[in-house]
Design a protein around this ligand. Sequence first.
Ligand code: 13P
Length: 250
Amino acid sequence: MSRRPLIAANWKMHKTCQEARTFMAELLPKIADLKEVDVLVCPPYTLISTVDQCREGSKVLLGAQNMYHENKGAFTGEVAPQMLKDLNCEFVIIGHSERRWVFGETDETINKKVHAAIANGLIPVLCVGEKLDEREKNLTDQVILNQMEKNLAGVSEDFISGMVIAYEPVWAIGTGKNATTKDAKDAIALIREFVHSKFGQEVAEKVRILYGGSVKPENVKTYMEQEGIDGALVGGASLEADSFAKLTRF
Ligand code: 13P
């Protein structure tokens, strides 16, 4: 069973409109001939429209980095799933470790967001992963399984196969300390095994599972060579068009 590789840019809180336009103008010619790889760009909210306009005529996919789970109401500062749809987003990152550990999102909140994304026709890119102290206490598997269980509670198997899951060990994000290929492969195998046990073999074979954490043009190939790793979710190295384009040529 072959899954289409997915290389995703998470720009986090970076770039102005002009910088986003320049990035897209540089990126598109560099990836125009890509056929076998999906390319996703997740800019901050303020740049979604700009990236959408710039991607016209290309196959670049568009995603947001977060959203609220309600569609409207008195929720100052929040953005609704329908607002993202309205801007032509296809994907939304949910449960990124920075949302969990900087902004205090709980597994229950993340579960609500996964449901809201699906209900509104957005594909969730669900992020899971352990913190350094948890890894040092040998709790990695337990933490990942607990997040998977709680974050996907009540989600129908019909939607899981189309979802994206990203294994992002918190200690590897933005630190330059990437996980070894074995760590990434083992964690991703565990995630797929969980999906298998809960939702069956067909779903487990279809769901795309990415690695994220200090992925760069120099190391992307070693991850993509591993059985079960279907792509990468990239922060720092996705900010320059040249570097991001290189990541798609693993
Ligand atoms: P870095 O690639 O900067 O380590 O960030 C990874 C990440 O958090 C992607 O969502």
